[in-house]
Design a protein around this ligand. Structure first.
Ligand code: ADP
Length: 632
């Protein structure tokens, strides 16, 4: 039995030795103590609050292996990589590992060497895993991103519900749930669905003291962003709603001599994503313009600003995204650019994307029939997904189809891959049959067989660019030939540049029209409700922005933040000091009102314009053109 003093020493020494930190942050130590004492625990800490340490450190101190349930392979990979870098024995299991590699990992867990084993929630149902885990001593289960268990949230992952069964079958192992989404409703769902008994709940205030929040009503967003970036030499993120917006904004800024920007979205290849992300993480002043595909698991301390080019769909998303600014505690900014027209457009878009029941069931029926999947069937292969074809046959809009597919994907009925990836090829005839083909085809098949070993027996991933260079055939021609041979049934080809789909559950029309339609409807209702709340937040100019957010998360707060746009407006600057500061700035160089506003710590532009008009009247300032002001 370790004495309390010894345990305290051990915690601090472990913290210093493996992480190099000198002290715990608020609530970290209490959470760690609760986990060590074997209590079911919920840790609700804001993004950047230091959640990982709350399970990683007890995992080192306790006997056995901590099982970490995590929703994304990318997250697991990053964390395991970092842990190994710190000298900690951690592993993850995923389908990308072969049987031998997996067996080695299980062996290390059995011997008690591996202290943290990361798995996806689906893995908890896998027979091989369940078989192996029987011989492993599990210290506790850490459930990362625990809000994924919430049925009405946007990140809902049904397989998080496997955790409850898993615990029951393993003598109620203690469990730590961690999340940065903490509406009272989500908290209740977490404790209930994970079957927590008398849980210890630690909820750190979500208030962030170092983020200044602005919601700018503005029509020319391009100009505003250009002005914001022109004076900045800091790292930041700009969130856009669509991939196209991210690319166009990047192009505009580059064309206007702002070079430290790049775009990022889910449509890029893994390699491109990695390369762009690494560049951003290591650079002190790179700005990434991205859809919300970017951010989860990002650990960059010196992000000075997050700009929302368009509004996110909910306050949860918004707060999570702006929470990526100022993790180092330094003053940082969050700008949300909006106008009424766009809010209306998004209203329309949301409603337009919601199908009625017959559209919902028809799209799903067509989806199955396009691939000739009968009731109760579950094909194993991956198909090429052409949304245009589905649109044509179902006569439903792209928005509705995408919404339905997205829902099916989140419910794990299908897996849609829309990232650019390698293509795959498999021969559907026996090698001896090649000789029976017309000469031209036979020659081409031989060529493929020689250059892509394995295609005669299984699916082989390959890059068209590399193959075309190798065999000296133009890429387009190569693809055309492959497609021809696919049509005649000799090859099975999946184009990695297009979306693909894999069915994960047996076709079950009754469930589609019954339980899945009900769930779909509920999720849509929820989405609309969250958007209404978001709009209220954006438009409201009376309440402190931070306070509005915190009360949305169920925090009762009594004081304003004193630094958001609303608080600043309430405070008001002394008129003489603003006048003096404007004259000071113009004394250095001619500026637009936007530029003055930025240099004045984002003092409201309207206020600056009022002062400029008075200064113009008094002849203390002149106009160089209809935008730029200077001293006379
Ligand atoms: P979260 O998962 O809550 O978003 P992380 O666990 O990624 O947060 O931690 C955020 C950052 O804070 C990381 O860079 C981490 O190294 C740092 N951190 C965590 N705990 C401490 C501590 N006790 N002292 C100093 N830095 C810490």
């Amino acid at each position: 039995m370790v004495s309390p003093q010894d345990l305290n020493d051990l915690k601090i020494q472990t913290l210093k030795h493996f992480w190099g930190h000198t002290a715990f942050r608020d609530s970290q130590e209490e959470i760690i103590d609760a986990v060590i004492s074997g209590k079911d625990t919920v840790a609700l800490l804001p993004t950047g609050g230091g959640k990982s340490l709350c399970f990683q450190l007890p995992a080192l101190i306790l006997e056995g292996t901590c099982l970490v349930v995590s929703p994304l392979l990318a997250l697991m990979r990053d964390q395991v990589f970092q842990l190994k870098n710190n000298g900690i024995e951690a592993e993850y299991i995923s389908s990308e590992l072969d049987d031998f590699e997996t067996e080695v990992i299980f062996g290390r867990c059995r011997e008690g060497i591996t202290k943290l084993l990361y798995v996806s929630p689906e893995r908890l149902n896998n027979p091989t895993f369940l078989q192996n885990i029987q011989d492993i001593e599990i210290s506790f289960i850490a459930v990362d991103e625990a809000h994924c268990i919430s049925e009405w949230g946007q990140d809902f992952r049904p397989s998080y519900q496997n955790i409850k069964n898993f615990r029951t079958e393993h003598a109620g192992i203690a469990c730590l749930a961690l999340t940065a989404t903490a509406t009272p409703k989500v908290l209740q769902e977490i404790t209930q669905k994970l079957d927590f008994r008398e849980p210890k709940i630690f909820q750190k205030s979500f208030r962030r003291e170092n983020i200044k929040i602005f919601t700018d009503k503005i029509s020319d967003k391009y100009q505003r962003i250009h002005d914001l970036l022109r004076y900045s030499r800091n790292a930041g993120i700009i969130y856009t709603r669509t991939r196209k917006e991210a690319e166009e904004l990047t192009r505009f800024l580059k064309n206007n001599r702002i070079d430290n920007v790049d775009f990022f979205h889910a449509g890029l290849t893994l390699k491109e994503k990695k390369q762009k992300q690494n560049h951003w993480v290591t650079s002190p002043d790179q700005v990434l313009i991205s859809t919300n595909a970017f951010g989860m698991g990002i650990d960059k301390e010196n992000v000075r600003f997050v700009i929302h080019f368009s509004s996110p769909a909910s306050l949860e998303n918004y707060y999570q995204e702006i929470g990526r600014a100022g993790r180092d505690g330094q003053e940082s900014y969050a700008f949300l650019l909006w106008n009424e027209q766009e809010l209306d457009n998004f209203d329309q878009l949301l409603k337009y994307q919601i199908p009625n029941k017959s559209e919902f069931t028809e799209v799903i029926t067509y989806l199955y029939s396009l691939f000739q999947i009968a009731e109760t069937d579950l094909p194993e292969k991956i198909f090429q997904l052409h949304i245009e074809t589905l649109k044509r046959v179902s006569r439903c809009s792209t928005g509705k189809i995408k919404n339905i597919l997205n829902f099916l994907h989140n419910q794990e009925l299908i897996f849609v891959n829309s990232s650019k990836s390698l293509s795959s090829l498999e021969m559907k005839i026996e090698p001896y049959e090649i000789d029976l083909l017309p000469r031209k085809d036979a020659y081409f098949m031989e060529l493929l067989l020689r250059n892509l070993s394995g295609i005669s027996t299984h699916k082989v991933m390959f890059s068209e660019v590399n193959l075309s260079a190798k065999i000296g055939v133009d890429v387009l021609l190569l693809k055309e030939r492959i497609r021809e041979l696919q049509k005649s049934g000799h090859l099975e080809f999946i184009d990695g540049a297009l979306s693909s789909i894999k069915f994960l559950k047996h076709r079950d029309d009754r469930s589609t029209a019954g339980k899945y339609w009900n769930l779909f409807q509920q999720i849509q209702k929820n989405k609309l409700q969250k958007w209404e709340e978001m709009k209220f937040y954006i438009r409201n100019q009376n309440y402190c922005k931070m306070r509005l957010i915190l009360s949305y998360f169920g925090e009762k707060v009594s004081n304003d933040c004193g630094k958001c746009a609303v608080c600043e407006a309430k405070k008001g600057h002394s008129p003489t000091s603003i006048t003096e500061e404007i004259l000071n700035i113009l004394g250095k160089q001619a500026c637009t009102a936007d530029e003055i506003s930025i240099q004045l710590n984002h003092c409201q532009k309207e206020k600056i314009l009022e002062h400029l008009i008075l200064l113009l009247d008094a002849g203390k300032v002149k106009m160089l053109n209809f935008r730029t002001y200077a001293l006379p």
